[in-house]
Design a protein around this ligand. Structure first.
Ligand code: ZN
Length: 472
């Protein structure tokens, strides 16, 4: 069989790998949106460097757009097969895809309106529309974790808990060709041990080839406190001492729920005052939070025991979920101390940008970055510590406190990924042939490669290039 790397090779986004069996059967693992296309225009000249109509099956590891975001375009380009994922991933993915279609079309309309008629033909069109999202959802086929699923006499599939996001799975494909059976493991994105809400991930077994993320290769998460202690510290300083606003940019799916649950725990313990209001300003968070409640069986013991004793994880006195723009506008004129959680996580677009603008010149406010911010994004620029910053073409003085925390990181750091890989090798009883490192920038992938080579995997570690192919 042949393994082709069509995304997330020597970069983080655009996860997409194609397995072509000797029989011609084609399985695509993930079909993510590539936010780094401009970095590599030659390699990414085509959205799909293969014929979508010839793909037999797609397996989706989890809902994040950099893994799922090109699925509607794949369907629009003729893919007719099933898209297999867990039930929670199917639910979260549909909300994210509709949201992505809306964002693309609203940006497109804005650009059209601001472009001269003669130049409008050159504007990049949205990758898909709502109709294609609906068609794509019709092709979803859900599979629970840890169930062996036989695709045909040669191929069987198992999804294993990844611990990265609700419903996120690693994929084990066991394939027999010419009497030889091999298991190809795709980690998808991995999680950290003892994350908020989600259970710990599990190791794949009996793997011959492992395709793993190494987003944080060479880096160590600076986590000295629990999420409760970390958040309490910022709440006390900003909202109680300074009577300011704590603004937290957060992805609507996953990060927002983890932060809300932490605040719920602090309120339950009486550690923050009942008058302190919490605003979740994100329609997508309103849609995705009930998915966490519907799939509560996927949550960890901490969440379960809290639910047994206190009921809802996400509803409590003083929290308001804002859907309409009117409510958002009202919040922009709310000047009491409060906590504002809003998207997007990297502060690129979305309602959060307005909250950042509204608070950046207020020395009593804190902007707490709680996730990864890619270079060039407003979140990344905020963290550079400049004294002035351009937001929406306006120069703003930075008087607010800018802080960052790693406690909510949903990816493992260097040692955690390395241990995962070494444990997978040990679990594979001599079958283990090679590990391919993906989903990371070159320095991070290289740091992981060197470290693995020194730890007994010499000659078995590959950092594949975009479009590179391997025969397994
Ligand atoms: Zn992810």
């Amino acid at each position: 069989m042949k393994l082709s790397f069509f995304g997330a090779a020597k970069q983080v986004t655009g996860s997409m790998y194609l397995l072509t069996l000797d029989s011609g059967y084609k399985i695509l693992i993930d079909c993510g949106m590539d936010y780094e296309m401009k970095k590599n225009p030659v390699a990414r000249a085509q959205l799909f460097p293969f014929e979508p109509v010839t793909v037999d099956l797609v397996i989706l590891t989890h809902a994040h757009i950099d893994h799922s975001g090109n699925l509607p375009a794949l369907v629009g380009a003729g893919f007719k097969g099933h898209i297999i994922c867990t039930p929670a991933t199917a639910e979260l993915t549909q909300f994210l895809l509709f949201d992505s279609a809306n964002i693309q079309w609203s940006n497109y309309r804005k650009t059209l309106a601001n472009t001269k008629k003669t130049k409008r033909d050159y504007i990049e069109k949205p990758l898909f529309n709502e109709k294609q999202v609906k068609d794509c959802i019709d092709q979803f086929l859900t599979l629970n974790l840890n169930k062996d699923f036989r695709i045909n006499p040669e191929i069987s599939l198992k999804l294993v808990e990844a611990g990265h996001l609700l419903g996120a799975a690693s994929v084990a494909l066991t394939i027999t060709e010419k009497g030889v059976t091999q298991t190809i493991g795709f980690t998808g994105d991995l999680g950290r041990a003892n994350s908020k809400l989600v259970r710990n991930g599990e190791i794949l077994e009996g793997v011959s080839y492992l395709i793993t993320e190494a987003t944080y290769g060479g880096r160590k998460h600076m986590v000295e406190k629990s999420a409760e202690d970390e958040l309490l510290n910022y709440i006390q300083k900003t909202c109680i001492e300074f009577r300011g606003r704590l603004v937290i940019p957060a992805f609507s799916v996953g990060r927002t729920q983890a932060i809300v649950f932490t605040i719920r725990q602090l309120k339950q313990k009486g550690l923050i005052p009942s008058w302190l209001k919490v605003f979740v300003d994100s329609p997508l968070a309103i849609k995705s939070t009930p998915v966490y409640e519907r799939h509560a069986y996927l949550l960890n013991e901490e969440a379960h025991s809290f639910m047994r004793e206190n009921g809802s994880l996400f509803q409590f006195e003083g929290i308001e979920y804002l859907e309409d723009m009117d409510q958002h506008e009202e919040l922009m004129h709310y000047y009491d101390p409060c906590i504002i959680i809003s998207a997007a996580g990297m502060v690129e677009g979305g309602r959060i940008q307005e909250h950042v603008m509204n608070n950046i010149e207020n020395p009593y406010s804190t902007i707490l970055i709680a996730g990864y911010c890619a270079e060039g994004t407003l979140g990344h620029r905020l963290l550079l510590g400049q004294s002035t910053i351009k937001i929406k073409n306006k120069d703003k003085n930075v008087y607010a406190q800018i802080a960052r925390t790693d406690v909510y990181s949903s990816h493992p750091d260097h040692d955690e990924v390395k241990n995962y890989i070494l444990n997978t090798r040990d679990n594979s009883q001599g079958n283990f042939r090679k590990v391919f490192l993906v989903h990371g920038d070159i320095p991070h992938l290289e740091a992981m490669r060197v470290s693995l080579e020194e730890s007994g995997l010499s000659g078995k570690v590959v950092v594949p290039d975009m479009l590179e192919e391997f025969y397994l």
